[in-house]
Ligand binder design. Structure first.
Ligand SMILES: Cc1cc2nc3c(=O)[nH]c(=O)nc-3n(C[C@H](O)[C@H](O)[C@H](O)COP(=O)(O)O)c2cc1C
Length: 196
């Protein structure tokens, strides 16, 4: 299935990308969240797939300073963006709360406002552990929680969370390494127990 990104730039010119590589080329960015970054550049973005908006989600980072994408006034900007995304009937928005991989409270932002505006699923990410995930889910502040680093270091994360089992620590030294090391070689709980 091909991804589609249609960008109307501020001159009114429409450009279309049909593959991830073309999307990256079109928005002139590296592989990190190109669609969200395009939104951030105040361009009108329309995302569809051959399967339709109901099978498409989008990840946004309202206040992360990563890759210099931060905005001076993110609240009205992202309220507006989420209203537009809502109209596309996407199946979820995935929201990085705070600075990606850093503090969750680096800038004031009302995430509940996004949740209220978007009628489909709200996926929360950034710095969640089980306790915070359960608290946020129980409060109804998110529909789903996404884990990054805990999933890299625990191939059986879901099983471990269900069982209340301890988690493997992640090794920062193998992040962004370009190879399999640190991505496919963390042990499952079963493997650790068998080795003991
Ligand atoms: C090794 C590594 C690679 C990542 N690659 C990407 C990426 O390509 N695109 C992206 O949007 N986020 C990427 N992230 C950010 C994660 O998706 C996630 O937002 C971040 O780790 C915060 O979630 P966590 O606290 O659960 O780890 C990456 C994170 C790590 C540690």
């Amino acid at each position: 299935m091909e991804a589609w990104l249609k960008v109307t730039n501020i001159l009114g010119q429409v450009e279309v990308a049909r593959t991830i590589a073309e999307i990256e080329q079109l928005v002139g960015l590296g592989p990190v969240a190109p669609v969200a970054d395009a939104v951030h550049q105040h361009q009108t973005v329309e995302v569809t797939t051959e399967a339709g908006g109901e099978r498409t989600g989008i990840r946004i980072s309202p206040v992360t300073p990563a890759n210099d994408v931060s905005d001076a006034n993110p609240q009205p900007l992202f309220d507006y963006i989420v209203d537009q995304l809502n109209a596309l009937k996407l199946t979820y928005i995935h929201v990085i709360e705070g600075a990606t991989g850093g503090p969750r409270d680096n800038a004031p932002f009302d995430y509940a406002s996004l949740r209220k505006r978007f009628k489909q699923a709200y996926v929360a990410n950034n710095g969640y552990d089980v306790a915070l995930a359960e608290k946020v889910l129980e409060a109804g502040a998110a529909d789903l929680i996404a884990f990054g680093k805990p999933f890299i270091s625990n191939p059986d994360l879901a099983e471990r969370l269900k069982a209340g089992a301890p988690l493997n620590e992640w090794d920062k030294a193998t992040f962004y390494g370009g190879g399999a090391k640190g991505y496919t070689d963390y042990p499952t709980l079963k493997a650790t127990e068998a080795a003991e």
